[in-house]
Design a protein. Structure first.
Length: 176
């Protein structure tokens, strides 16, 4: 899939480069058949089973709310059965940063929540890439009464479900 994405990106660059006169810094009109292909490209159309920008943004809001309720099942409802999740915090609990399958995720998150008296997430921003079906959620995470840390979750989707996620944790301060 990555090779196909690279080929599409390369082809797009070639088309754009062929239609920009860099010596004059002005655009040259696209030929009608090229323009019709560009405007009907897959990324311009919501395909069945794929998230839209609005659905991805709503997912991010729902995800934060589910964590703030400590509702592991609501979080898991968005994950595929064979989902993979990577987190440095999982390594402390399970001895491995990589977890596979909903059952492993459920066990990890339940055990992690049992160790945290307080949890509060605050969404900063969510970025959706329809082309790669990836949602990047940036948020402040206050765990166990400690100062908030900036955190990021990278989630890859297939058929509207998370198939791969990775948690990244940053500075112990609000950097917005």
């Amino acid at each position: 899939m990555l090779d196909q994405q690279k080929q599409v990106l390369s082809a797009t660059r070639e088309v754009v480069a062929a239609h920009i006169d860099l010596s004059k810094r002005r655009s040259v009109p696209f030929e009608p058949h090229v323009l019709s292909q560009l405007t009907s490209a897959p990324q311009a159309v919501a395909l069945p089973g794929k998230l839209t920008e609005a659905a991805a943004q709503q997912f991010a809001l729902d995800w934060v709310e589910a964590w703030n309720r400590r509702d592991v099942e609501a979080v898991l409802a968005h994950f595929a059965e064979d989902a993979i999740f990577v987190s440095p915090k999982a390594e402390r609990i399970f001895g491995t940063a990589r977890l596979e399958g909903k059952a492993a995720l459920r066990s990890y998150w339940q055990r992690a929540l049992a160790q945290i008296a307080e949890l509060r997430f605050e969404l900063e921003v969510a970025h959706w890439s329809a082309r790669s079906e990836t949602l990047t959620v940036v948020y402040q995470a206050a765990l166990g009464g400690a100062s908030p840390v900036r955190a990021t979750e990278l989630m890859s989707f297939r058929d509207g479900r998370v198939v791969r996620g990775e948690a990244l944790y940053g500075a112990a301060q609000n950097v917005t």
